[in-house]
Design a protein around this ligand. Structure first.
Ligand SMILES: [Ca+2]
Ligand SMILES: [Ca+2]
Length: 651
């Protein structure tokens, strides 16, 4: 199967990186790849090997075409060396790609370049050739000391002993991309002071390679508003020529993302996490993915533990907020609480409190509710006529052009959301208003301020009472009974962007697309179940298989040799920058990645993070995908690069 795949890939390889750049986030390549060897050496290149028997027209095995290079080292420290007709400029290229087939027991090899025929070798890149299998090796020039000139490319014995014959095919120098095409790593300032708040500040590149930042206030100490932090204080994103800076609104509601639970069923009391001292921790700090945890012991008429994760990823516009309420400390049916978490108040129009008037509000449960008059007042008309599957809330201004919302990572059937008694109005409209009574909006938005001001930016999630603490509580619509004890877990995207870009509707469509996609693996296996929520030992079946709603990721278990081949079949729409988590990935370095047979470049076509503690590899695939895509993960056993100082015989 693997061999067949690679043969197929080989046919595509000569087109690789020329025709594969269809994604709107990726610019065209200005220079072309240089194929050094496919079945013969490219014009002017010479074999300058030493202590080796080299057959440049070896008939079997071949990776592509009719021939490969067979290399037999006849002495320790022997070298297979290819000499360019004239030194090449290192800045024209980004990586060296080739395929290698190991002999009995495999081969341990090192690759380096030299700037002149007899020049000092750059740092060596160590790799293993697997016995009896073609594997792809991509060596970024940054791993070779970013050579300014390349006169020779050499693969040497790294063991000090004679090795079995090995084979090399399809040696290519990959053209450099424009400097602006590489996405910088995600950065976390673990001890930032932002707008006066002690914070962990996350800086990442979104799907447009624009910088976004989020400052999460530490929750183990008093903050400047005399609360205990644990919320998003400041969020920034790019508007083209300027940056929108969004800050918390007031000292009473100083940010977004704290938990609010009303209790008991009368709703007369409320527990707010910013009134509780808690703890925070770094769950994941990868090159391109980060998860930050807040935790509290709350009191809702009984003790309830709340755990919140914020998930940030390069290539993903919107952070994801995940929660588990664990009411087992209180015991079953002691607590009767709703959840309005995440909750908060940001000046998401980029203004200074009280800011601009809110032009519209809306939400999705089984239908889409939308106000019809700007600014929104309690007298506004509304439309609740369009069916919906992915729960969300939305609020926007037109001047300035701004929007904030939340979008669940699942359908309402997979996890219910919203509450109270307005559902008899599903499918109806009331063009001349008024809006529903304030207590009866499906989610809390700005309705409790609307009798007084039209500028409130309040926004929250929602559920019926009993969602936290009760072994049985009613779904919104009162036609299903749900379980709110011992756990209540769900995840929502926190969406901030320009209203004209329809970011909430776009995120809703993305989750609809997820629901219409299917994951299959031919090497490795699809992960079909996982934790039912953060911090939970019980599991759920993933729906669709492989899709984890906690972080909105696709999950695959690697097969032998840290390899995986899987297909993501997107049956409807376009999936933007999906994130895949490879489990049981034990290689010491990120893999080579091929999408539809084309070798992809790290930090450009995908963004990888190693989680060595969990043996997980997190990957954002940086493109817009539709139809059936095939992804191949070729784990390497690369050792850390070091400076190699061999004795070299110069021809
Ligand atoms: Ca060949
Ligand atoms: Ca009316």
């Amino acid at each position: 199967m693997i061999r067949y795949l690679f043969l197929t890939l080989a046919l595509l390889l000569s087109l690789s990186l020329l025709g594969g750049m269809s994604g709107s986030a990726v610019q065209a390549i200005p220079t072309v790849d240089l194929i050094i060897y496919s079945d013969t050496l490219a014009a002017g290149w010479q074999d300058w090997s030493w202590d080796s028997t080299v057959n440049l027209a070896n008939g079997a095995p071949v990776h592509s075409g009719a021939a490969s290079v067979a290399v037999t080292y006849n002495a320790a420290w022997a070298g297979f060396s290819l000499r360019a007709p004239a030194p090449l400029s290192g800045s024209d290229y980004s990586a060296i790609n080739f395929w290698v087939y190991g002999g009995a027991g495999g081969n341990t090899l090192e690759l380096y370049t030299q700037p002149t025929d007899g020049g000092a070798p750059g740092p060596a890149y160590t790799f293993n050739a697997l016995e009896g299998d073609w594997t792809a090796v991509t060596v970024p020039l940054t791993s070779l000391g970013s050579p300014t000139a390349i006169a020779r490319i050499t693969i040497v014995d790294a063991t000090g002993a004679v090795q079995p014959s090995f084979y090399v095919d399809d040696v290519t120098l990959v053209a450099a991309l424009p400097p602006g095409d590489a996405y910088p790593p995600l950065v976390v300032n673990e001890n930032a002071t932002v707008d006066g708040f002690a914070s962990n500040q996350f800086t990442w590149s979104d799907s447009q390679r624009q910088t976004r930042t989020a400052a999460l206030v530490k929750n183990d100490r008093r903050d400047p508003t005399n609360h205990w932090g644990g919320f998003l204080r400041q969020y920034t994103y790019n508007l083209g020529t300027t940056t929108r800076v969004v800050n918390g609104s007031t000292n009473t509601h100083p940010g977004f993302g704290y938990t609010v639970n009303h209790y008991p069923a009368s709703g007369s009391n409320a527990a707010l996490s910013y009134n509780y001292q808690g703890n925070y921790s770094a769950v994941l700090r990868g090159r391109h993915h980060a998860i930050h945890e807040f935790s509290w012991r709350l009191n809702m008429g009984g003790p309830v533990d709340a755990t919140v994760h914020w998930f940030f990823a390069t290539g993903r516009d919107h952070p994801l907020w995940a929660v588990t309420f664990d009411s087992s400390p209180a015991g079953a049916n002691v607590v009767t609480a709703d959840t309005r978490a995440p909750y908060g108040d940001l000046q998401w129009d980029g203004g200074v409190y009280p800011g601009s008037e809110v032009a519209g509000v809306g939400w999705g449960d089984r239908y889409k509710f939308r106000s019809l008059h700007s600014p929104v007042t309690m007298d506004s008309g509304w439309d609740y006529s369009q069916p919906n599957t992915i729960p969300y809330v939305i609020e926007w201004t037109v001047n300035p052009d701004a929007e904030m919302g939340l979008v669940q990572s699942q359908t309402y059937l997979q996890h219910d959301a919203g509450g109270y008694w307005f559902y008899p109005n599903w499918g109806t409209t009331d063009p001349d208003g008024p809006m529903p009574e304030d207590f009866n909006w499906t989610y809390q938005l700005n309705q409790y301020e609307l009798p007084f001001v039209t500028t409130s930016k309040r926004l929250a999630w929602g559920s019926n009472f009993g969602a936290v603490g009760q072994t049985a509580y009613p779904a919104y619509g009162d036609d299903r009974t749900l379980v709110g004890y011992p756990y209540q877990s769900y995840s929502v995207f926190v969406v901030l962007d320009r209203h004209s870009l329809n970011p909430v509707a776009t995120q809703v469509t993305q989750i609809e697309t997820v629901q219409n996609s299917a994951l299959n693996a031919s090497v490795g296996t699809v992960v079909t179940s996982g934790p039912a929520g953060i911090g939970r030992a019980d599991t759920i079946l993933y729906d669709p298989p492989g899709y984890d709603p906690i972080y909105s990721t696709w999950n695959v278990q690697a097969g032998a040799d840290n390899q995986a081949t899987f297909n993501l079949n997107i049956n409807q729409g376009t999936l933007r920058n999906p994130i895949v988590v490879i489990h049981n990935y034990t290689a010491a370095a990120p893999p080579t990645i091929l999408i539809n047979g084309v070798i992809k470049l790290a930090d450009v076509h995908y963004f990888a993070s190693m989680d060595t503690a969990q043996n997980q590899l997190w990957l954002t695939l940086n493109d817009s995908f539709s139809g059936n895509i095939q992804v191949h993960i070729e784990g390497t056993t690369v050792l850390p690069a070091h400076v190699y100082l061999p004795l070299i015989r110069r021809n």
